[in-house]
Design a protein around this ligand. Structure first.
Ligand SMILES: [Zn+2]
Ligand SMILES: [Zn+2]
Ligand SMILES: [Zn+2]
Length: 254
């Protein structure tokens, strides 16, 4: 299995439009963060988790040639806005793209991309199939995914575990039974917005580190990062040895 961080930034991305803080002005490529998404490849199968507004740029950068499915964590715009750009995969593969997510998330996608679900579709609109999933394991082309229900303020969001890889974004609370599902992950990805203060809907760094400490993955990566986290190189140097800030383009082979 190979996983690639397509984006690691919070909803506005980094740099932030109009900001001239040191992080937004940094020349370090790791301080350029597109909106969060992961590409997961397992035995020739190719999935993305979320299609944010930067999906097209990310798919081009990582030369994604084939897409079997999109799996959604939740319907916030920074996770869905790029969905129209699955069209080249519709054309190349001459097939619909199946979308997986909570029923409420897929309902929201039907509202926001209504033209793709219209009776009389304009030629060339995205071809999408909806596959609602509940909080229990399901398969995509024989690959098992286990949803992890986390809370994002008052919104239930799905993280996913695929084998030894667990991916949590946009959480600020994980109930004990859901935390259990993350145990013994080799690679745990979890969101951390900035160092503090506490945030209404996202874990901040001390909270993410506490969960990592509890779950003891071999290695953990932080994502959904704001410019207020600080410079990548500086923050990375302060983290425990098995915890890293993710960066765009980072690939992990498991
Ligand atoms: Zn988000
Ligand atoms: Zn900034
Ligand atoms: Zn969100």
């Amino acid at each position: 299995m190979q996983v690639t961080f397509l984006g690691t930034g919070t909803s506005q991305g980094v740099p932030v439009i109009g900001c001239d803080c040191p992080v937004c002005r940094s020349l370090d490529f790791r301080d350029k963060r597109l909106r969060v998404s992961m590409h997961v490849e397992v035995d020739g199968r190719s999935l993305v988790i979320d299609t944010g507004p930067d999906f097209r740029t990310q798919a081009l950068r990582e030369r994604i040639m084939h897409l079997d499915a999109v799996v959604f964590t939740h319907a916030h715009k920074d996770h869905t806005a790029g969905l129209d750009d699955v069209r080249p995969f519709n054309f190349r593969q001459n097939s619909d793209i199946p979308l997986y997510g909570q029923a409420s998330v897929l309902e929201q996608i039907k509202v926001e991309f209504a033209y793709a679900f219209a009776e009389n579709k304009y030629p060339g609109t995205p071809r999408l199939q909806l596959h609602p999933v509940e909080n229990k394991p399901f398969e995509i082309l024989g690959l098992q995914l286990t949803p992890i229900e986390v809370m994002h303020h008052k919104l239930p969001v799905f993280g996913y575990r695929i084998g030894d890889f667990s991916y949590i974004t946009d959480a600020n609370f994980i109930a004990e039974p859901e935390l259990e599902k993350l145990r013994n992950s080799k690679v745990l990805v979890i969101n951390a917005l900035h160092k503090g203060p506490r945030h209404l809907s996202h874990f901040v760094l001390p909270e993410a580190l506490e969960i990592i400490e509890k779950l003891q993955p071999h290695v953990a990566y932080l994502t959904h990062i704001s410019h207020s986290m600080g410079l990548h190189a500086q923050v990375e140097a302060e983290l425990p040895p098995h915890v890293h800030l993710a960066y765009d383009g980072l690939k992990i082979i498991l």
